[in-house]
Write a protein that binds this ligand. Structure first.
Ligand code: ZN
Ligand code: ZN
Length: 579
């Protein structure tokens, strides 16, 4: 499997290049012009505009541009995709900035797109950002733009060619690279044992991608995202058809796919603009279930089921195997038994961790409350930050009390729904909490969080966390390992010890539903449950939309074999508040 992925990676840069040239260069013989190439067609529909902005966002991320810019483009794409009016019309009549999140910068890009059918800088980025090369450049401490400049000056297009050119002493011929810089780059290349593995895709993005492709083709999402893996490497879609060729053609034309790099009779591998490979399997209808089982399970799970019998659906496959159907989240290790009744999103009665405009959230207390009611919840805990969090303004004691009045008013307006007075209180480096005990004691729900100082040695970190958990007001430990997937490893806290103290004190542990966190992870949830600790599925929402992250939290808990009984916020409020 790894070899296959490496193979895909190696072919990435060169193929992306060739395939792009092919796609734009063969419009006459392929019978279908690439979208936007026809300058005489005036209308650019909202979907196309959104796709181009999204592609731009991805490439900006890849080129390490200001992350806020990339996010702004992504948000603008979302707005445009769901806009009820033709956005190209708004652009032409200079009214597009009335749309939420469209500023002067994005407006300029939109005008270019609407007038010329393309955003030139985006087209250029697509031509030049060979992901493999950019990856090596990143490793060498170069920006994507600089990597591209160097590659262009050297006339190289792949990481291998760059290494060869460097070894041949050609780096000094590049403008701006002096002897010192060359020595530094050569040293870094010498230290490079093997190219860094490409980072997996965050779960929310991976799911959006495979679900989008599956819907467009009338197929089903599979691979890592169907198992709700926290970081997804293997993305797959299964689509049954008697005529596989037609499905593969449509796959190749999807806006999400920039190139098809591998193709056989009933399979294809496409690349997204970020260079992520997506597999497509096109079984005959009578074998859809078989293909789905194979494309979903982790390798050890599938291997233990072989030979997978042929059936048109998964139920048929499992029936033929004589074992119960297995939820995708549990298809990691070999398992043939009766799975437990896993917790479901519908079991959740309230969200116990969200933010408002009092700290870094985007909606008010009452707006968040109404959104929670719309989700069918009975309660919602408002947990804004405290001052030690640093990056944003946190609540001081008098703020907490003033917010309490606002929450009281919201409760009057929203009854019988309950908005809880909560806080996400920083755990200071010495284990004390960031608010006085008497203020904490007034609150309904206290989340304790480590934010700064994640790199503390294990024993110190464990002592710090455990001490905070012993504060009688603390009800839940937020994102216990502090990991940021692909960016920051777990901190050194001793989770086994944390779970012991959780059991002793009645403190619950969180499964944080933010896609870059998913903390606890599925494996850690399983350890917590074995230790007898209750978990809480929370979103850490910073907006109304963020409340939808409950899905990610719940499915992560399911990966840890959690049932509804294991999750505190499947219970009615009086039970949640009882310590
Ligand atoms: Zn936090
Ligand atoms: Zn938070």
């Amino acid at each position: 499997m790894d070899a296959q992925r490496g193979y895909l990676r190696d072919r990435l840069a060169a193929t992306l290049f060739r395939a792009r040239e092919h796609r734009t260069g063969c419009s006459s013989s392929c019978g279908e012009a690439s979208p936007g190439a026809d300058r005489d067609t005036p209308a650019v529909d909202n979907g196309r505009i959104a796709d181009r902005l999204e592609a731009f966002a991805s490439l900006l991320e890849l080129s390490e541009a200001n992350p806020y810019t990339a996010r702004a483009y992504r948000r603008a794409a979302e707005t445009i995709r769901s806009a009820a009016v033709p956005v190209d019309e708004l652009v032409r009549t200079r009214r597009v900035r009335r749309l939420r999140g469209i500023g002067p910068g994005i407006e300029t890009r939109l005008r270019e797109l609407v007038e010329t059918g393309e955003i030139e800088e985006l087209a250029e980025l697509e031509r030049e950002l060979a992901p493999g090369l950019v990856g090596l450049g990143r490793y060498l401490g170069l920006s994507a733009r600089r990597s591209v400049e160097i590659a262009r000056a050297l006339g190289v297009r792949t990481p291998e060619e760059l290494r060869e050119a460097a070894a041949a002493g050609r780096l000094q011929s590049v403008p701006g690279i002096g002897p010192k810089m060359e020595a530094r780059l050569l040293e870094a290349l010498a230290r490079e044992v093997e190219p860094k593995p490409q980072r997996g895709l965050l779960l929310n993005r991976a799911r959006e991608l495979v679900i989008g492709i599956a819907e467009a083709l009338g197929g089903e999402p599979a691979g890592d995202p169907r198992r709700w893996r926290d970081s997804c490497d293997l993305l797959a879609v299964v689509c049954a058809a008697a005529d596989a060729g037609d499905v593969i053609e449509r796959f190749a034309e999807l806006p999400q796919i920039v190139a098809v790099i591998d193709r056989s009779e009933r399979q294809a591998v496409g690349l997204t603009v970020e260079g992520v490979p997506v597999g497509l399997a096109v079984p005959e209808p009578g074998r859809l279930g078989t293909a789905l089982v194979r494309a979903t399970g982790a390798a050890p799970y599938v291997a233990a089921l072989e030979p997978v019998p042929d059936a048109p659906d998964e139920a048929g496959v499992y029936a033929a195997l004589g074992i119960p159907w297995c939820p995708p989240e549990l298809r990691e290790e070999p398992f043939r038994g009766e799975p437990p009744e896993l917790v479901a999103v519908a079991d959740i009665r309230g969200d116990l961790h969200c933010h408002t405009t009092w700290s870094d959230g985007r909606a008010s207390v009452e707006e968040m409350g109404r959104a929670a009611i719309e989700r069918g919840y009975d309660y919602l805990a408002i947990c804004d930050h405290t001052p030690a969090v640093g990056a944003v303004s946190g609540l001081r004691p008098d703020d907490v009390r003033r917010q309490g009045e606002e929450i009281e008013a919201a409760n009057e307006a929203l009854a019988p729904f309950r908005v809880l007075r909560g806080i996400e209180c920083d755990i200071l480096p010495d284990g004390r909490l960031d608010l006085p005990d008497d203020v904490l004691a007034e609150l309904d729900w206290v989340q304790a969080s480590v934010h700064g100082g994640q790199r503390m040695p294990g024993p110190e970190m464990t002592k710090r966390v455990v001490e905070a958990m012993r504060n009688p007001s603390v009800r839940c430990l937020s994102h216990p390992t502090g990991r940021m997937i692909g960016r920051r490893p777990e901190n050194a806290v001793d989770l086994a010890r944390v779970f012991e103290v959780a059991l002793e004190t009645g403190v619950a542990v969180e499964v944080n539903g933010l896609a870059p966190r998913l903390d606890l992870s599925g494996e850690h949830v399983r350890e917590a449950l074995r230790a007898g600790v209750r978990i809480v599925c929370s979103t850490d929402a910073h907006s109304i939309l963020g409340l939808a992250n409950m899905e990610l939290s719940v499915h992560t808990a399911r990966r840890g074999w959690a049932t509804a009984a294991d999750v505190l916020n499947t219970r009615p409020l009086d039970e949640v508040l009882r310590r």
